[in-house]
Design a protein around this ligand. Structure first.
Ligand SMILES: O=C(O)Cc1cc(O)ccc1O
Ligand SMILES: [Fe+2]
Length: 430
């Protein structure tokens, strides 16, 4: 697969079978090349400031409008975007790895599972955190989200994603962003599992680098957008739509992946987390995890995100006279964590790949007992931190509610015991 590189670029792409598919010098000629239809997909208000404005023009065999009416889709009982009526729960939560399907033929769209979230889709500000697990490819089915953007983090199994903009292969240790409204279909090669961060009313952007300078963290050139690819299939297709947190489906007589060429800056993209340029202390103390921000979905309050996507990649630890793992802390933000591979530096046990944890607003957390004792007594030579690891955090300025089913299923009921053995080391003698 070929990709176009760069974050937020104004791209143009035509399927190599029809290299002159794009109109020249204008978006909407009286007749488009090759009898294609022009269709604009807007990702921001028409009048959004130029630096934020996002839209793409799609040149397709048929416009998206040719479909039958939507009716409610069944089988989505573990999904919600409505967090307003859920009883609050301030406890530390940890979940065992999310189970893989136990029967055959389970597709991505069939097995989506909400864990927690906050804000709301109607007033267009908020987030939701979900998991998926599946073992079959979506056939003649496409989905799109009217409510917001999906940032998908595969933990096990590569995803073969077909979109209106072309095809992407997204393996574990990579992430993909499918912005609001873009139709896509997910293929898998076997049992597959991962996490989804959904944000509404905002889009992901690269964080400012401030004094770091012009380079570093996730470099813009490492983001990859698909190149145009179309199929011309006159077969029955199901279009699945999530709208105001509810799932619908509609039939149409052709493939929605019929975009022969497109141009614009509103498109899906993927990023390989192993390309992240890690910045950290070379003197002393533990830096705040904001140094590991890959993407941020800003709120209207500057510097305060609806959600940050933060990773903890392998790196060197060399801080002197320092307790090197994460500090104990209480945060005015909500922190959901997941583990893609390996072991997380603040936990010696219990937190497993495919699992998750939530430390809600002001809920205390930090290294478990074994981690504290080991790191307090470790020799402070330069050390690789957690070779082969990749964990992440979805950090939000919103207060999140845990959905009722995630308070029951898969919960590690012993999580609080991680900290109970922490000893009193205090002594009046220095
Ligand atoms: O809670 C966590 O493990 C995430 C985290 C990591 C870190 O290095 C500093 C603060 C923080 O919240
Ligand atoms: Fe934390």
């Amino acid at each position: 697969l070929k990709y176009l590189t760069g974050f937020g670029n104004e791209h143009a792409s035509a399927d190599p079978r029809v290299p002159d598919a794009l109109p020249v010098g204008q978006n909407s000629p009286q007749k488009c090349p090759h009898g294609l239809y022009a269709e604009q997909l807007s990702g921001t208000a028409f009048t959004a400031p130029r630096v934020q404005n996002q839209r793409s023009w799609l040149y397709r065999i048929r416009p998206s409008v040719i479909h039958h009416p939507f009716s409610p889709k069944s089988g989505t009982k573990s999904w919600t975007n409505n967090f307003s009526a859920i009883p609050p729960n301030p406890n530390q939560y940890r979940w065992h790895p999310f189970p893989l399907p136990t029967s055959e033929g389970v597709t991505f769209v069939d097995n989506l599972y909400t864990v927690c979230g906050g804000g709301d889709v109607i007033s267009r500000s908020g987030l939701a955190i979900h998991q998926y697990s599946c073992n079959a490819s979506m056939e003649n089915t496409a989905m799109y989200n009217s409510d917001g953007d999906f940032l998908i983090v595969p933990q096990q199994g590569p995803l073969e994603i077909t979109t209106e903009f072309g095809r992407l292969l997204v393996d574990s240790q990579e992430i993909v962003v499918i912005p609001q409204g873009i139709r896509f279909s997910v293929g898998v090669r076997g049992p597959s599992r991962g996490y989804i961060l959904e944000v509404y009313g905002t889009h992901f952007q690269l964080p400012d680098l401030g004094p770091i300078g012009a380079n570093g963290l996730a470099n813009a050139r490492d983001f990859e957008t698909p190149t145009a690819w179309f199929d011309d299939l006159d077969v029955e297709f199901t279009i699945v739509n999530k709208y105001q947190g509810a799932w619908f489906e509609a039939k149409q007589g052709h493939s929605p992946f019929d975009v022969v060429g497109w141009h614009g800056n509103y498109c899906p993209y993927k990023y390989d987390l192993r390309k992240f340029m890690v910045i950290n202390t070379v003197s002393f103390d533990h830096c705040d995890p904001s140094i590991f921000t890959v993407l941020t979905a800003p709120s209207v309050k500057h510097g305060t995100a609806i959600a940050d996507f933060v990773i903890f990649p392998p790196r060197w630890g060399c801080a002197e006279n320092t307790f090197r793992p994460p500090y104990y802390h209480r945060n005015c933000m909500s922190e959901y964590m997941g583990l893609i591979a390996g072991c997380y530096e603040a936990k010696e046990g219990g937190f497993k790949p495919g699992g998750g944890s939530l430390h809600s607003m002001m809920t205390p957390h930090g290294p478990d007992f074994a981690c504290f004792e080991a790191a307090s007594n470790a020799e402070l030579s330069p050390q690789r931190v957690a070779e082969g690891t990749m964990s992440f955090m979805f950090e939000s300025s919103l207060n999140m509610a845990i959905v009722p089913w995630a308070l029951e299923a898969n919960v590690d009921k012993d999580y609080y015991k991680d900290w109970q053995p922490l000893k009193k080391h205090f002594s009046l003698q220095k």
